[in-house]
Design a protein around this ligand. Structure first.
Ligand SMILES: Cc1cc2nc3c(=O)[nH]c(=O)nc-3n(C[C@H](O)[C@H](O)[C@H](O)COP(=O)(O)O)c2cc1C
Length: 210
């Protein structure tokens, strides 16, 4: 399928049929997610792949009992860093140094720019920024799933405090910001599977200034 066809095919699936997504498809979706753009390239978030069934039921309980959480093949939780520490940025500098074959010492200005930008933000401002980066990855994952003809539901309908507690995110300086289910639609049970897509009209959404 071509990209526009793929994007018309996908929808936020409310009911899934429990069928498993093959490993090679899941791997490609995760690889694409990893390739997401982010500010400075820092990727200030951590993604959890939840395989434990009991944990999934517990997550469902703090997510308004939305059925796709347990009917999905796989569940991802996107969590944003609540602080951008020297250690986290140093790890990134080591990645840059290794991948590009440049000495880590030569990256000190780059590191300083990242830390300087974050230090100018309030605690709320940091999470707002890291969460925005995580949402770019969420968008990439959605498109990648559709490209594999795998259904997905992006979700903010959950209690983040309760989810953080379940996954012990606070102690890892993380905050849950979104869930993504991956699986296959149950067209019988999901009336939305046949609903026409609704989007704002192009001339209202997009303003051309020429
Ligand atoms: C950040 C975000 C959070 C969402 N949260 C939920 C959710 O908790 N449960 C749900 O069923 N759909 C959720 N949706 C799906 C939207 O309702 C859906 O994307 C929107 O209505 C557009 O329809 P479509 O994606 O099916 O084309 C969410 C979508 C986004 C992008």
């Amino acid at each position: 399928m071509k990209l526009i066809e793929v994007l018309n095919w996908r929808y936020a699936t409310k009911r899934m049929n429990g069928q498993k997504v093959p490993k090679e498809k899941l791997d490609r979706i995760l690889d694409a997610t990893r390739l997401s753009a982010s500010s400075f390239g820092l990727q200030p978030y951590t993604i959890f792949l939840i395989e434990n069934e009991e944990l999934r039921r517990k997550i469902q309980a703090v997510a308004f009992n939305q059925p796709q959480i347990t009917e999905a093949s796989h569940l991802l939780v996107f969590s944003a860093w609540t602080n951008v520490t020297d250690e986290r940025v140093t790890d990134f500098m080591k990645d840059v140094s290794r991948e590009r074959g440049i000495p880590v010492e030569s990256l000190s200005d780059y590191k300083g720019r990242i830390l300087g930008s974050v230090q100018g933000k309030s605690a709320e401002g940091v999470i707002s920024w890291t969460a925005r980066q995580a949402f770019i990855a969420l968008g990439t994952a959605l498109i990648a799933a559709a490209n594999e003809e795998v259904d997905a539901t992006p979700m903010e309908g959950f209690n983040p405090d309760a989810l953080d507690e379940l996954l012990h995110l606070g102690e890892k300086s993380l905050r849950s910001v979104a869930i993504l289910t991956l699986g296959y639609r149950d067209a019988e049970k999901d009336p939305l599977s046949k609903s026409k897509k609704v989007r704002r009209e192009k001339d209202k959404l997009l303003v051309t200034l020429s």
